[in-house]
Design a protein around this ligand. Structure first.
Ligand code: NOJ
Ligand code: CA
Length: 549
């Protein structure tokens, strides 16, 4: 089973081909470059790469505006180079999942162009969502408030309005249309045939919505079941990972009560409360979010993350909680975005404080689920707030102290490489960190290696052990009679806790990351002293008490 449900104990690494490494010197990252860096990724220990959209696209939303689902963007390389990349990844045992962006297309997609040109006769007309008059609610439901002005825009050719949940150049597909549904499956089948292990599904809550004027916006979750069915017929071990920022009580609609929809969901509820806990030391909302996302079908899994390529969305916190996070991690108006989030990188939000960065990463690896790492966070790269919107956190990977951080030899990179005195490539780069045994990169590599040996976290059951220190989160995982106790002190002050040997399950707890074990005292209590932002990964019993494979 461990090997069959590979995604449960995976470590996912998200990257964008165009900002990872440029192989041909034109300034834009590509598959050739990425292929050469696969050894780096295998060495880091990640097991699955999530590729952001690399399809033909005008790139007005960083590729989330697809103009051809059956192609590779010429800047990223040829199909041949894509296949070479996939082959090399497979040789190294790395799986690849790709973005499936089918809630909308680019307005430059041939389907939409045809639909506009021939309103009367185009067979693609009904693939999109139209209204003769401008709907009354045209100013509501924008995903990018402050930047996006409307959800209905006029098509000048046909003189009708089309619906777009996102920017006006991303017309929504009518996903209730049978032919659109068939086409979605065809796209999936295409990439499965080309070796991917599944899809990160974009904007799922909108994908399953009934769209259009006077439509109730009722959700049609059956689509998810259809997609899952098809996926599994074509390739038994492939997965669907949902981007669905929804309240926890809706998650079962996405997993399916019988586990018959999506296997994986990004854990947005935990993500927001995690940052609130980091900002405030108050772990109660985080604990609530963990409990609220406890229930899931047996084969389903949450995917945890810290930062992604989007803004840190704090939209579901209370106003006071959100303000607290802003105050700590994004005080300035330029740090914030869409009235709800922060557009900075992890290391920058955490003041480049190694204690806090390790602490956050330790949480990422030990919260219940599968961890997802954003490229660059393993070396602590920063952001560039002079870039618009979410681009701030999408700067190129920093490989060396060479010009443009070794990302490209071209005079002008696709996006500037961070070069400020703190986070700039001159100081923060892979080459330097590889040669420094104490670097964040080497810490991350060791943490990943250990995490993979802790399937209790991804397979097991967990509960939170109460202590007298309000800011300390203690989680006990158990699977097949093997247990872990994971401790995090969210306070900026030292804290001490006591745990009963009976509760944790043994008088001996071995620290998996350092030689500093805990032996219960004569009264059968473990005393654990924690400095500010300290973490411990304990294996209960002895170092050899690992789950037999
Ligand atoms: C979610 C993606 O993560 C984001 O980057 C994109 O802008 C929207 N979906 C629209 O595709
Ligand atoms: Ca290139």
């Amino acid at each position: 089973m461990i090997d069959d449900l590979w995604y449960k104990n995976a470590v996912i690494y998200c990257l964008d081909v165009k900002t990872y490494v440029d192989g041909n010197g034109d300034g834009i990252g590509d598959f050739n470059g990425l292929t050469r860096r696969l050894d780096y990724l295998a060495g880091l220990g990640v097991t699955c790469i999530w590729l952001q959209p690399f399809y033909p696209s005008p790139n007005k939303d960083n590729g989330y505006d697809v103009s051809d689902y059956y192609g590779v963007h010429p800047d990223a390389g040829t199909f041949g180079e894509y296949v070479e990349f996939m082959n090399h990844a497979r040789q190294l045992g790395l799986r690849v999942i790709v973005d499936l962006v089918v809630n909308h297309t680019s307005d430059q997609h041939a389907w939409f162009r045809d639909a506009c040109k021939d309103a009367e006769s185009s067979s693609y007309r009904d693939w999109y969502v139209w209204s003769k008059k401008r709907p009354r609610d045209y100013k509501s439901g924008m995903v990018f408030p402050g930047v996006q002005k409307t959800t209905w825009s006029l098509d000048k050719q046909s003189r009708e309005y089309y619906f777009h949940r996102f920017y006006e150049f991303q017309p929504d597909l009518d996903t209730c249309h049978p032919e659109v549904r068939r086409e979605i499956l065809r796209i999936m089948g295409f990439w499965l045939q080309l070796g991917v292990s599944g899809f990160r599904m974009d904007a799922v809550p909108f994908l399953v919505e009934r769209k259009g004027v006077r439509k109730t916006h009722r959700k049609d979750y059956e689509l998810l079941h259809e997609m899952r069915d098809f996926l599994q017929w074509r390739q038994g071990d492939a997965v669907l990972l949902a981007e669905a920022n929804v309240p926890p009580d809706e998650s079962m609609d996405y997993f399916g009560e019988q586990g018959d929809r999506l296997q994986l969901m990004l854990n947005f509820p935990v993500n927001q409360r995690l940052f609130y806990a980091l900002a405030s030391g108050d772990i109660k909302p985080l604990v609530e979010a963990l409990h609220a996302t406890y229930r899931r079908p047996q084969a389903a899994q949450w995917v945890n993350f810290l930062r992604s390529h989007d803004e840190l969305d704090l939209g579901r916190l209370t106003e006071a909680q959100r303000q607290r996070v802003f105050q700590e991690f994004g005080k300035n108006k330029t740090d914030q975005l869409y009235n709800r989030g922060i557009r900075r990188r992890l290391a920058a939000m955490l003041d480049n404080d190694r204690r806090k960065i390790e602490f956050a990463m330790s949480l990422l690896f030990t919260l219940p689920g599968t961890p997802m790492l954003q490229y660059g966070d393993e070396i602590g790269i920063g952001d560039d707030l002079s870039l618009p919107e979410r681009m701030a956190a999408r700067t190129p990977m920093q490989w060396s102290a060479d010009k443009h951080g070794g990302f490209t030899t071209a005079a002008k990179p696709v996006r500037p490489v961070v070069s400020d005195p703190v986070f700039g490539y001159q100081r923060v780069n892979v080459e330097a960190q590889r040669r420094d045994p104490d670097s964040l990169l080497n810490w991350t590599e060791r943490a990943i290696r250990m995490r993979k040996e802790c399937p209790e976290i991804s397979w097991g059951d967990w509960r939170i052990l109460p202590t007298k220190a309000a800011e300390v989160l203690v989680m006990r995982y158990i699977w097949q009679d093997h247990a872990l106790v994971i401790v995090h002190n969210f306070s900026d002050k030292p804290r001490a806790i006591e745990l009963k040997a009976d509760t944790v399950g043994d008088r001996m707890m071995v620290n998996l990351l350092k030689q500093d074990d805990s032996r219960a005292d004569r009264r059968g209590r473990h005393h654990i002293e924690l400095d500010a932002y300290n973490y411990r990964w304990f294996r209960v019993g002895g170092i050899g008490h690992t789950v037999p494979r």
